[in-house]
Design a protein around this ligand. Structure first.
Ligand code: FES
Length: 366
């Protein structure tokens, strides 16, 4: 067969007869009111400056709110958020948003509005193109009118400059140092008449030592967080943010194992931990000593407890010793006892601070 009769040749013939589509060019330019009306231009300029000014006001309100609202006294104002949180979030959010809206308004209404055609070119620009780009950038700067419009320029500089202040003042939240607040927990507030009961986290029911089976693991809290008066504690000490603080420090896990598996170690004062368990039930802080994640992944047969954050592994049969991972200290153990009714109670507070290390840990006497 003659190759000129193949379908490919037919297509080539057809292709050569197709006329290229003409370049339609750019649509006719539509002038904006601000391009042709000096009053509209002036009005837009004032609108942009007002947006920047409103941003500056929000930043000032943020600073006022930061220094005047007490986070402890304004807990749970709306949907569980404190007044301080709401005011700081809203004012800082508005301050940033208003600058963004102002810049967009400025670009849409006042900056140069002409169509540009840019041809495709190799990935790396030639030196000539680079020079042209810099020139175009300079032209853009010139066309933005930032030099000619001191009102916009100054209000923008003021708003952006003020926005740096919140970033600086929130550094204040790195302090004050906790002092001796992290050295003890509410577990130590039990008395001889009312030893601190251990209750199930969430349902707040006390736990009979006889209720736990070997292998059971229970997340717990001190009863004082629910019934402070029973322990002579002012209810204000366990309200609002203070409740969250106490809860975080006191979170506990109970585990029952075969008593023969327990290897009692030494307490901080050198005495034995032999009496710190009840019928094979041991209690440890739930807060990882690495950076403070809550832990409760228990390997039942080995009594190993794994932290989900960075895999630190603690041996609950051996004084919470670190077996693996980045944690630098064992999990603090809580000495246990039972009260007259057979409920589990804390025999005392932890004998060392719970949670991650902190600078002053070794500088305070308990
Ligand atoms: S917080 Fe537990 S291992 Fe890092």
């Amino acid at each position: 067969m003659d190759h000129r009769d193949t379908p490919g040749s037919e297509l080539e013939k057809a292709d050569s007869s197709i006329e290229p589509i003409p370049d339609p060019g750019l649509p006719e330019h539509q002038w904006r009111p601000t391009d042709v009306d000096a009053a509209a231009e002036k009005r837009a300029e004032r609108q942009v400056a007002s947006l920047f000014g409103a941003s500056a006001v929000c930043t000032v309100l943020f600073l006022v709110g930061y220094f005047t609202l007490d986070i402890d006294d304004n807990w749970s104002v709306v949907a569980g958020f404190g007044a301080s949180t709401i005011v700081l979030g809203v004012t800082l959010g508005l301050a940033m948003m208003l600058i963004g809206v102002g810049v967009i308004h400025w670009a849409r209404k006042l900056m140069a509005d002409h169509e540009m055609v840019e041809m495709r070119h190799p990935a790396r620009s030639s030196d000539e193109d680079r020079e042209q780009t810099i020139e175009a950038l300079n032209d853009g700067l010139e066309e933005s009118g930032i030099g000619r419009r001191p009102l916009i320029r100054n209000s923008l500089l003021g708003a952006v400059g003020l926005l740096g202040l919140p970033a600086i003042v929130v550094l204040r939240d790195l302090g004050p140092l906790p002092g001796d607040k992290l050295l003890s927990t509410i577990w130590g507030r039990g008395t001889a008449d009312a030893p601190m009961r251990i209750v199930r986290d969430g349902i707040w029911t006390p736990i009979l030592a006889s209720d736990l089976e070997i292998g059971d693991l229970v997340n717990c809290q001190p009863d004082a967080l629910k019934n402070p008066e029973r322990y002579g504690i002012d209810p204000a000490e366990v309200e609002g943010i203070e409740l969250q603080t106490q809860k975080a420090k006191a979170s506990l896990i109970l585990l029952r194992m075969d008593p023969r598996d327990i290897k009692p170690g030494k307490a901080a004062d050198g005495s034995s931990r032999e009496n710190w368990s009840v019928n094979g039930i041991v209690a440890y802080s739930k807060i990882c000593t690495h950076v403070g994640c809550p832990i409760s992944l228990n390997e039942r047969t080995t009594h190993h407890l794994l932290c989900p954050c960075h895999q630190s592994t603690f041996d609950l049969a051996d004084s919470g010793k670190v077996l693996f991972g980045p944690a630098g200290r064992p999990l603090p153990q809580l000495p246990l006892a039972v009260d007259d009714e057979g409920y589990l109670v804390a025999a005392s507070d932890f004998d060392e601070p719970v949670g991650p290390s902190f600078w002053e840990r070794d500088y305070y006497e308990r």
